[in-house]
Design a protein around this ligand. Sequence first.
Ligand code: PLP
Length: 378
Amino acid sequence: MINFDHAATTPLRKEVLEAMLPYLTEQYANASGTYAAARQTRSAIDRARRSIAEAIGAEPGEIYLTSGGTEADNWALVGALRASNGRRRIVTTKIEHHAILSTCAMLEAQGVEVVYLNVDREGRVDCCEAEREINTDTLLVSVMLANNEVGTIEPVAEIAQIAHANGALMHTDAVQAVGHIPVGLHALGVDLLSMSAHKFGGPKGVGALAVRSGVRLQGLILGGSQERSLRAGTENTPGIVGMGEALRMAVKEMEEASRYTRALRDNLAERLLSLPGVRMNGSRTERLPGNAHFTIENQDSSLLLARLDMAGIAASAGSACTSGITERSHVLRAMFPDETESGLADLRLTLGADNTPEEIESACAVLNRILGESKESI
Ligand code: PLP
């Protein structure tokens, strides 16, 4: 298989699996125990927490481990609201992941006011609109750092300043960014930051919410006193160890990996853009290195994906969570509200450092053939 769907998930790195294995086998003790084996588990979790914190310029005490990006996103919103001393207004964007949008919908049904910011044709939030909408009633602003469909990087640091000037908290869903571009909790000036291990070579089902020291947040998962009594449940030690190791390696190799992936992506984009009826979506400059997103005329998304699948190429039309649904994604709709969708196929190809120039060659040949054939049949 040629994997051009790294935004959906990434392969688990071999070194990460090796780091995890002892905690799936002989080192299985519960970190809450008081005996030697339990203390070893606790140390392993502490080491992983330190490496996660270091990767985003935070303190270990600012990292709360979760079951992934979805939980971190849910928790940021609901936890901030439960700890609020009166404010009940959230400002977010139309292009967030459903982990944010569905939580907002639930909160709206409970009487919380939610404002959804627009984006331009590159998928960028307008800071002037943010400035107009964020006020002293606003409890929390949530803007993703990089979009999972079109790869656009958002002006989170600027919006964080606007949020803070109004006494609001700032959350960013950095699930697609962490491990791929430099991310700093304090450098961005955010209070809450979500991440997920399986997006940077780590295992599925583990992530973290970084909570800037001093921020008031209530727990979402209640029970035992794990994670300083803010996130109950026996720690997923193998997952946490895997996340720490994957992020340590991703940050160490980031510069080289991003240069390599960007070059592959640019080559792929240049070749596809030379085909008739193909346009690229998202920002040219403020973009994740591995993301390429196209709209293709006179094509059908599901058919195109099926033909790529038959040729052994894994790709996507939008986010993985909504694939299988042929409707255009909420992100593309927000970017192109006036565009008639019929006869247009959206295609997301997301590359990683494990892709090769040969894979780009074969994918281009396959796409050339598919698009050429369908042109003849029109
Ligand atoms: N946020 C974004 C931007 C994502 O891309 C994803 C996953 O696709 C998530 C949140 C959810 O993360 P997880 O799969 O770890 O629950």
